[in-house]
Each structure stands twice: as structure tokens, then as C-alpha cells.
Write a protein that binds this ligand. Structure first.
Ligand SMILES: [Fe+2]
Ligand SMILES: [Fe+2]
Length: 128
């Protein structure tokens, strides 16, 4: 799976778009690194890297939204918490062998695209 950033993914806030672009690159790179190794500790560290960036991006996006006066920051924060929970659960299943790397990558790509293209897009449109 190789997913490339396309201009259609932009939601119209330059900081959010910059972070989303990096996020997608990170998913692609981590996917490649996961496939290339059989070292369980390294795999865990790759997932930690992804998780930390997700946490950073969610906090940053909420602060950016607050700085331009968007309403619904609290509700959006709730969605971010649910995304982190889903990521944790899936990472656990990957670690225990319940899910394959391919299944994990399919999940994480969907997880990223559904939220950014629907929820973030809708959220940042509330700015008049
Ligand atoms: Fe986002
Ligand atoms: Fe978001």
C-alpha cells in the first residue's frame, strides 16, 4: 500500500493541511518499516511514534480551531479521544498477532482518511 498526498485532501487550513500531509507520509513510512522488520521491540517503537504524532496533531488541531474561534472544539476533542482508543486497541491486536500488518495498515489508512476528509473538513468549514 502506498498512499500519496493529493491536493484534494486539503481541508483549507494551511497548518492542519501541513500536519495531515506529514501524518500520511508517516503512515506510509511506518507501514514500510513494519513490513521490513521482524524485531518486535522496533515494531512497538514505530507504533509509539505514530501514536505520539497522533496525540500531537490532535492537540494542535484543537488549539488551532480554538484560536480561530471554531465552535465544537469539545465535541471534536471527543472524536480524537475515540480515535486514540481505536488506535490503541488495534495496536494491541497487531502486537499479539490477532491482526496482520496489512490489516493494521488498512485500518490506519481508513482511520486517517475518514476522520480528516469528513470530520476535520466539516469542523473547519464552520468558520465563517
Ligand atoms: Fe486532523
Ligand atoms: Fe480532527
Amino acid at each position: 500500500m502506498q498512499l500519496y498526498w493529493v491536493p484534494e485532501f486539503e481541508i483549507g487550513n494551511e497548518y492542519v493541511d501541513l500536519q495531515h500531509r506529514y501524518f500520511l507520509d508517516l503512515i506510509t513510512r511506518i507501514g514500510k518499516n513494519l513490513r521490513e522488520t521482524s524485531d518486535a521491540d522496533y515494531k512497538r517503537k514505530l507504533i509509539i511514534e505514530l501514536h505520539k504524532y497522533a496525540e500531537f496533531h490532535f492537540a494542535s488541531e484543537e488549539n488551532l480551531a480554538a484560536s480561530i474561534g471554531l465552535s465544537g472544539v469539545k465535541d471534536h476533542h471527543q472524536l480524537h479521544l475515540e480515535l486514540l482508543e481505536d488506535l490503541n486497541l488495534y495496536a494491541k491486536n497487531l502486537d499479539s498477532g490477532l491482526k496482520t500488518i496489512d490489516e493494521f495498515l488498512e485500518f490506519i489508512t481508513d482511520w486517517f482518511l475518514v476522520h480528516t476528509q469528513h470530520e476535520d473538513r466539516k469542523f473547519f468549514k464552520t468558520k465563517k
